[in-house]
Design a protein around this ligand. Structure first.
Ligand SMILES: [Zn+2]
Ligand SMILES: [Zn+2]
Length: 435
């Protein structure tokens, strides 16, 4: 059997990558077109749904804008697919071999930079946060897989608590009241604690039962314990109802076929857990504020940090790493822009585009070299937009580099056109007993 270096794969882009066709332009155009077609389907539903949710009927001008947005975003996706395969082949031709980074990361970075410049500038920050979220989960899986990191027990709860501490502090001080995160927190926590309050008590102390007793600095009108109890019940019902409604909408086709499933669906424990999560989060937030007023006898901006740390434990009822990481990255994003506004941080031109390109490169590197470490939902997305071509790489040729590239798809064997194969590849195939 032929002996090859462990640092690179000497085979051609046809032998390693586009095993379904020996022609590079055909491969790139095919994947690009497939991405564009799927993009039209995905973005049509996204843009039309958001237009419907806005509650107004779009006029001709808005319809034109929606249509051009769908085309532009789909073109971005198509361009990303086309450029990736093109860069994959060009890198192979320039380097004469495939290395760990030149088979996924570098070609992808080049393709991502070109593609993101095609996408609408207003969509770039949201895309960057989305892919960075998935990439951070992938990097975590890679570190655990290589034995560099051991899963930290309750690490997700700690991360959520720290995120909420930062988020609540920002919520208390920000002037950006149009921000989506601000509106979400205000809906969940009410804006009682945001109202200006003084540290001077103006009320006379009256003898009341513990249930009705309110600290003079508290913004709510009921007793502190009574208020917390009301928040607990209201938020539990809201959370339960919201989760059950979303599940109902998602399983609507199934329910039409079998209406008896309705009761089973409504009794699901997931709704109860989500209700308990929202209820404990909002209650802990209010309870910490009230308790600190009783203990310290004054208001303080730093109370929001402690409230966040306590409220973060509520995620124990509804553990979802994607949700936690998404909130963490969204928090970093708002703090970054707030830091720029305040003059603490420098505005990096094209930051969102660079972040998108780097994070997507991490994902493409994983998709090519170690798909078993990629988030299953993202792998499904790649399978969908590439018309399953992402699974048709001959990852056994990449196993040489020691990342167990073919671990997820060990049985895939491409059918090659032998005229286009190199002698060393034929030798390698013979060595494996495949030909
Ligand atoms: Zn090629
Ligand atoms: Zn209170």
């Amino acid at each position: 059997m032929a002996v090859f270096s462990k640092e690179y794969s000497p085979f051609s882009c046809y032998e390693v990558g586009h095993t379904w066709t020996p022609f590079c332009p055909t491969a790139a155009a095919g994947v690009g077109l497939s991405c564009f077609e799927e993009g039209i389907k995905i973005y049509s539903s996204v843009y039309l749904l958001s237009a419907l949710l806005s509650g107004k009927l779009p006029d001709i001008g808005q319809l034109k804008r929606i249509f051009s947005s769908i085309l532009q975003s789909s073109f971005f996706l198509g361009c990303n697919g086309f450029c990736f395969i093109s860069a994959f082949c060009i890198f192979r031709k320039l380097c004469g071999k495939f290395g760990v980074l030149s088979s996924g990361f570098f070609p992808s970075f080049l393709a991502n930079i070109i593609a993101i410049l095609v996408e609408r500038p207003t969509r770039r920050p949201a895309l960057a946060v989305y892919v960075t979220n998935v990439a951070s989960e992938t990097i975590y899986n890679q570190l655990v897989d290589r034995g560099f990191l051991k899963p930290i027990p309750h690490g997700d709860i700690v991360l959520f608590s720290v995120t909420l501490a930062c988020l609540f502090r920002w919520f208390q001080t920000t002037q950006d009241h149009c921000n989506f995160l601000f509106k979400l927190l205000r809906a969940l926590l009410n804006d009682g604690e945001l109202r200006p309050s003084s540290n001077i008590s103006t009320e006379k102390k009256a003898r009341k039962s513990i249930w009705h007793r309110r600290h003079v600095l508290c913004p709510h009108t009921n007793g502190c314990i009574q208020n917390c109890f009301q928040i607990l019940v209201k938020r539990f019902l809201c959370g339960w109802g919201l989760h059950a409604c979303v599940s109902l909408v998602l399983s609507f086709p199934l329910l039409l076929r079998k209406p008896s499933n309705l009761l089973v669906l409504l009794r699901g424990m997931k709704h109860v857990r989500f209700g308990a999560f929202l209820a404990s989060l909002a209650t802990a937030y209010q309870a910490v504020y009230c308790a600190l007023r009783w203990i310290r006898g004054k208001n303080g901006k730093s109370h929001s940090v402690l409230a966040g740390l306590f409220a973060g434990m509520s995620i124990g009822f509804y553990r979802n790493l994607t949700l936690i990481l998404y909130l963490t990255w969204k928090t970093i994003e708002v703090l970054y822009y707030e830091g720029i506004e305040a003059g603490y941080l420098i505005k990096v031109p094209g930051f969102a585009s660079i972040l998108y390109s780097l994070s997507t490169s991490v994902l493409f590197h994983a998709a090519v070299m170690e798909p078993h470490n990629l988030k299953p939902a993202y792998w499904k997305f790649l399978m969908r937009i590439t018309g399953r071509k992402i699974s048709e790489l001959n990852r056994k040729t990449l196993d040489i580099m020691g990342l167990q590239s073919s671990k997820m798809l060990p049985n895939f064997t491409p059918v090659y056109e032998t005229n286009y194969l190199s002698d060393q590849f034929k030798l390698w195939l013979q060595g494996r007993g495949e030909h």
